[in-house]
Write a protein that binds this ligand. Structure first.
Ligand SMILES: *Cc1c(COP(=O)(O)O)cnc(C)c1O
Length: 348
């Protein structure tokens, strides 16, 4: 039996393997779930009816998500991580051979799922500037793109696009499905959630894996007008979000104080890391060549020798991400940032 070409040519997603003392490579939260909120989550798990299928509509969970973000649960669909939602969108909202426009660099899973869905994945280089709405519209038109997907703020560049540019793109491309991945928007304040219902061609993605510190339970959401939401709910597999994830997600989403505190702490951690890197750049001129002020929970930088930095850190059991000619470092706790900065200081 021959494997299909799309499988043979697939480049598997390869997260770092092995044990490292410090993991600053996957943009996870450094805050473990603990204390009263963990106890409530565990009690909710204990009350799950394990012999029954979970709620296919995730009713209580979507209600909690809607209350937290002050939007109608009617616009919300839950997924087994936003990864699953990206996969469903690529497979069900486009036809084989359609073009989906991505911006590079951006989240690598767009290409991964697009290729599996036998789509043409076109790329528009971001350039050094913030994303330019007119250039995106022109590229989408030129390619006759059926879809456009990008993250805002962006993984990996940690830069962001204002709402007016997003609105321009949405209005200029009424026949293109625009998937706006707001995985890191808890750390910035330019969300389009409040306008999700206004556009017939917009799907917003959110995740519990970053700001909420729930990467382990696999939970993401798609927010869109009711027509697109109905289509998405029809296309997803009925029991895509398991019962334990539903109750843990609901418990955490209902604790606004806990979540706002997590976001605050992570923002402080990223400022701490960013400032530490800037100080290092000043003390060791010519080593750190570029650092972008971060809008996310990670910092994007370029050094005079990325391979040496990456390998030097790895030898010290510190994992970061190397992407093209840049490095991406997730903000850790104050102590973790200090360990990283000390190791960097030695290497530079
Ligand atoms: C981390 C991340 C996600 C989250 O994926 P999950 O499957 O929900 O964990 C989605 N989009 C971007 C851009 C990310 O960086």
């Amino acid at each position: 039996m021959e494997l299909t070409r799309k499988i043979r040519e697939l480049i598997p997603y390869a997260p770092a393997e092995g044990k490292y003392a410090l993991r600053l490579d996957a943009n996870e939260s450094f805050i473990p779930l603990e204390g009263p909120v963990l106890e409530r989550a565990m009690a909710a798990v204990a009350a799950v009816e394990f012999n029954r299928y979970p709620d296919p509509c995730c009713t209580a969970l979507c209600q909690a998500f809607g209350e937290y973000y002050r939007i109608s649960p009617r616009l919300v669909t839950a997924g087994n991580g936003s990864d699953e939602l990206i996969s469903i969108l690529m497979n069900c909202f486009f036809a084989k051979g359609d073009t989906v426009l991505t911006i590079t660099p951006d989240f690598s899973m767009y290409r991964f799922y697009g290729q599996l869905a036998e789509l043409k994945v076109a790329e528009l280089p971001r350039g050094e500037k913030p994303l330019d709405a007119a250039a995106v519209v022109a590229a989408a038109r030129e390619q006759s793109a059926a879809g456009l997907i990008f993250s805002n703020p962006c993984n990996p560049t940690s830069s962001g696009v204002d709402r007016e540019s997003i609105r321009q793109i949405l209005k200029a491309l009424p026949d293109t499905l625009v998937v706006l991945d707001e995985a890191y928007m808890d750390f910035w304040d330019r969300s389009m959630l409040a306008e999700a219902e206004t556009y017939e061609n917009l799907i917003i993605l959110r995740t519990c894996s970053k700001a909420m510190g729930l990467a382990g339970i696999r939970l993401g959401f798609a927010i869109a007008c009711s027509r697109l939401t109905d289509a998405l709910r029809a296309a997803k597999s009925p029991y895509n979000v398991n019962a334990m994830t539903q109750v843990v997600g609901e418990t955490v989403l209902r604790d606004r104080e806990y979540l706002e505190n997590c976001v605050q702490k992570i923002k402080e951690a990223r400022e701490d890391l960013y400032r530490g890197l800037c100080r290092l750049a000043e003390r060791r001129p010519g080593t750190i060549l570029e650092i972008t002020p971060p809008l996310t929970n990670f910092v994007w930088l370029r050094t005079w020798d990325n391979n040496r930095v990456f390998e030097g850190l790895r030898d010290r059991s510190i994992m970061i991400r190397r992407l093209g000619d840049h490095l991406r470092v997730t903000a850790g706790s104050r102590e973790e940032n200090r360990i990283l900065l000390e190791a960097l200081e030695e290497l530079l």
